[in-house]
Unconditional design. Structure first.
Length: 291
């Protein structure tokens, strides 16, 4: 029964995020299973908002999920037993999951980001919370999960990856959701707005140098957050370092794909190829073997 639940969680992760799966499948089985269980929870939280028929239903789903986290009600999902087992075994604090629920509310009540601070705060709850969940699974036995440097490092990894997600999905968010996650003040600094983004989306050959510069600025922000993980990789269990650094580098490499395609994240979805993912993992193995 428990093994079936874990396999259900793994299936969700494998189908929903090839990059995430490719990185974390390198973990020892017990930790990989736990990561998959946490991923399944996060996917379910996302879907509870995205697939709701209206905002009221989405809000009810979030409230139901919060009540489940603090033990006030139940859910009935194939991955639930695996999630409960992992949550208990690795002593993942409730607050990490509640932070994720708050992030879902920020998405539900979406309003355009006014500033970099607004965007980073959004990323902190939506994705930094995932880092908080994974921290207890990935940390070395001789380190404290509450160490401020480690705690910030796993949050920063989530923020960096969410910034990459936003860069990857600019066009999709605009076309399907009529949303722009790029901060208003940054758009203004580069003399851009929704109208100009839609024009470039309809004619990618006219992507402007201003837009390219804006994208590069956000890429510089994400690079700073990714750097925190590289600097603090010693906190992670030796069997987890490859997976953590691979996940960061594979995700970060999506930004290189955006560059290589002329900064066209408006009419195409950029991603790292299977070959590129394998190259990153191979390079990391070489680096880690040197120490």
């Amino acid at each position: 029964m428990l093994e079936e639940s874990y396999q259900a969680a793994i299936s969700i992760m494998k189908s929903a995020s090839k990059s995430f799966y490719a990185a974390f499948k390198q973990l020892p089985q017990e930790r990989f299973y736990a990561v998959a269980a946490v991923y399944a929870f996060c996917r379910w939280a996302d879907d509870s908002v995205d697939e709701a028929s209206n905002d009221q239903e989405a809000e009810e789903n979030i409230s139901h999920l919060e009540a489940y986290i603090i033990g006030e009600n139940e859910i009935n999902e194939d991955w639930q037993a695996a999630f409960e087992d992992s949550r208990r075994r690795f002593q993942i604090p409730n607050q990490a999951f509640l932070n994720q629920c708050h992030g879902q509310r920020l998405d539900l009540g979406f309003s355009a980001m006014k500033s970099r601070e607004d965007l980073i705060n959004y990323c902190r709850y939506v994705a930094g919370s995932v880092g908080e969940m994974l921290g207890p699974i990935l940390i070395a036995e001789n380190h404290d999960n509450q160490d401020p440097k480690f705690h910030q490092a796993v949050i920063d990894l989530g923020i960096g990856m969410q910034l990459t997600n936003i860069l990857r999905d600019v066009g999709e968010d605009l076309a399907k959701l009529n949303r722009i996650y790029l901060p208003k003040d940054l758009l203004s600094d580069y003399d851009l707005d929704a109208i100009s983004l839609r024009k470039m989306q309809n004619n990618p050959k006219q992507i402007s140098s201003n837009y390219q510069a804006l994208i590069e600025e956000i890429m510089s922000w994400s690079s700073d957050y990714y750097a925190t993980i590289e600097e603090n990789s010693h906190y992670f269990h030796p069997n987890c370092r490859l997976a953590v650094l691979a996940s960061a580098r594979i995700y970060h490499a999506i930004e290189d794909e955006i560059r290589q395609h002329g900064y066209n994240n408006l009419s195409r979805r950029n991603y790292t190829s299977k070959l590129k993912r394998l190259q990153i993992i191979s390079q990391l193995k070489s680096e880690l073997n040197e120490f």
